[in-house]
Design a protein around this ligand. Structure first.
Ligand code: SF4
Length: 204
């Protein structure tokens, strides 16, 4: 019988991490170098979720540290959001070979880890980066080109805000009005405004 992901009910990120780091539940375990658990503030009110680790992330075991991560840092720093204040993770924790999109079955098997992370971190706002992460969490909303920059309610509680994946911005370097970069600049300002207001209201 195939082993299933039994990560629900874990009491802390520290308890969850070793389970994920030794996970061999899906075929991505055979080709990964390192599992990328995710990192950041365990009490973050802002959680960023990408699709899966890329090459540099696979080599280092850290999320968003390659070229896309540097682009994300640029986007965050434009509104003075510090990585130390937020949490960043991915839908799948191991790199799909050649950076292909993770398969539905890989995402299904890995997703309980992310669900546990969300339950433990309890963010006020989830920012999904790119179409894969967005559609995985919110299959009923339009694709990223229409859904980015809008707030949605995820499972009736946490707000979810889709943005373009930073690797998409690397492939589309134009800064012209209406370009993905320009739209992302507007989107991150919305995130910043929302989280500032949330912190003011909640005294956090
Ligand atoms: S991608 Fe997720 S389910 Fe697959 S081996 Fe890695 S941690 Fe386990």
């Amino acid at each position: 019988m195939q082993e299933t992901n039994q990560s629900s009910g874990v009491l802390s990120l520290d308890a969850l991490e070793p389970r994920v780091l030794s996970c061999t539940l899906c075929p991505l375990a055979q080709t990964r170098t390192n599992v990328v658990f995710g990192e950041g503030n365990p009490f973050a009110d802002l959680l960023f979720i990408g699709e899966g680790p890329g090459e540099v992330e696979d080599q280092t075991g850290r999320p968003f540290v390659g070229p896309a991560g540097q682009k994300l840092d640029e986007v965050l720093s434009s509104v003075n959001i510090q990585r130390a204040d937020i949490y960043i993770g991915n839908v799948v924790k191991c790199r799909p070979p050649g950076n292909r999109v993770p398969s539905r079955s890989e995402m299904e098997i890995c997703f309980p880890y992310l669900e546990s992370q969300i339950a433990l971190i309890k963010p006020a706002l989830i920012v999904t980066l790119g179409n894969t992460a967005t559609q995985w969490l919110m299959p009923d909303i339009p694709g990223i080109t229409k859904s980015h920059g809008n707030f949605f309610s995820w499972r009736g509680g946490i707000l979810l805000f889709p943005m373009f994946h930073p690797s998409y911005l690397l492939r589309n370097p134009s800064r012209e009005k209406g370009s993905p970069k320009y739209l992302t600049w507007l989107d991150i300002q919305k995130v910043s405004k929302w989280i500032d207001e949330y912190r003011r209201t909640n005294n956090t």
